[in-house]
Design a protein around this ligand. Structure first.
Ligand SMILES: *[C@@H]1O[C@H](CO)[C@@H](O)[C@H](O)[C@H]1NC(C)=O
Ligand SMILES: *[C@@H]1O[C@H](CO)[C@@H](O)[C@H](O)[C@H]1NC(C)=O
Length: 254
């Protein structure tokens, strides 16, 4: 929320100063059509933000992200949540105990159509950190006799990776991964097809998936981001790290 707030303020300020710039020439050249807007100088640091997200995207894809997502052993994870609950009432499974019948009835869960959507980038208010939003989409085919046919679900999840600049002993600057996590509540599950199951079944399934899926995805995505950061183009890393170390804002656009 804080980040979004500060971005809005920043955008507001930019819009204001652009408007002020625009106001001057227009009042002096009244004959000009309204469509004339001052051309903003091309901003090399803005370009830097774009290069950074492009490189991350490319690295995620070439690092095999989509295949990795498709091969997450979701069924095993779901079953092990159920398995752990025996004798651990109120423990791991917590409120989900009532989901056990459904959980035990699940024969298979397949992950298909993994997608990497456009990365988001924001800078912390102090300018020293970047937060990369990695929006992921995938589909699940759940096979359970409780529903009677394959249940199709669309899943969306954002992983957020914090990026910092650090200097090593030799004074060399690196970009490193800080916190890397899914934002709470950023898992969206929607029903795609098939017989509409009773709400209870859907709620149970959502409860189970919420328990296991974000952690599994995060566990795959974050190490990959870490690896990409350490293999990024040296010049790009240097330019970004310098700005971060000095707390200079360069991420203007959401
Ligand atoms: C992911 O983050 C973007 C903003 O970067 C937001 O628009 C979207 O709704 C989020 N998706 C989920 C599933 O939370
Ligand atoms: C799971 O389904 C059962 C009925 O089969 C229902 O009583 C229970 O509230 C559901 N649990 C959750 C967490 O949705």
């Amino acid at each position: 929320m804080l980040l979004v707030g500060s971005l809005v303020v920043l955008c507001g300020l930019l819009a204001q100063s652009t408007a002020q710039l625009a106001g001057l020439p227009l009042s002096q050249n009244q004959g000009l059509p309204l469509a004339v807007t001052p051309e903003l100088p091309s901003n090399p640091t803005n370009h830097l933000a774009g290069s950074f997200t492009n490189e991350l995207s490319r690295g995620l894809l070439s690092g095999g992200l989509l295949g990795i997502l498709e091969n997450i052993p979701l069924l095993d994870a779901v079953k092990s949540v159920g398995g752990n609950s025996n004798g651990l009432v109120g423990g791991l499974l917590g409120k989900l105990t009532s989901s056990l019948p459904l959980l035990n009835s699940i024969l298979d869960i397949k992950i298909t159509d993994p997608q990497l959507l456009e990365l988001g980038l924001v800078q912390s208010p102090d300018g020293h950190r970047l937060y990369v939003t990695i929006p992921l989409g995938l589909r699940l085919k759940v096979n359970t006799p409780v529903v009677g046919s394959l249940l199709g679900l669309a899943v969306k999840l954002n992983i957020t990776a914090e990026v910092l600049a650090v200097k090593n002993n030799q004074g060399k600057i690196h970009l490193v991964l800080g916190d890397c996590t899914h934002s709470p509540g950023s898992l969206q599950i929607t029903l795609l097809n098939g017989v509409t199951p009773v709400q209870n079944v859907l709620d149970n399934l959502t409860g189970i998936l919420t328990k296991v899926l974000p952690d599994l995805v995060q566990g795959k995505v974050c190490p990959l981001v870490n690896e990409i950061l350490s293999n990024l183009d040296v010049t790009l890393v240097h330019d970004i790290a310098e700005l971060l170390i000095h707390g200079l804002e360069f991420v203007v656009k959401i």
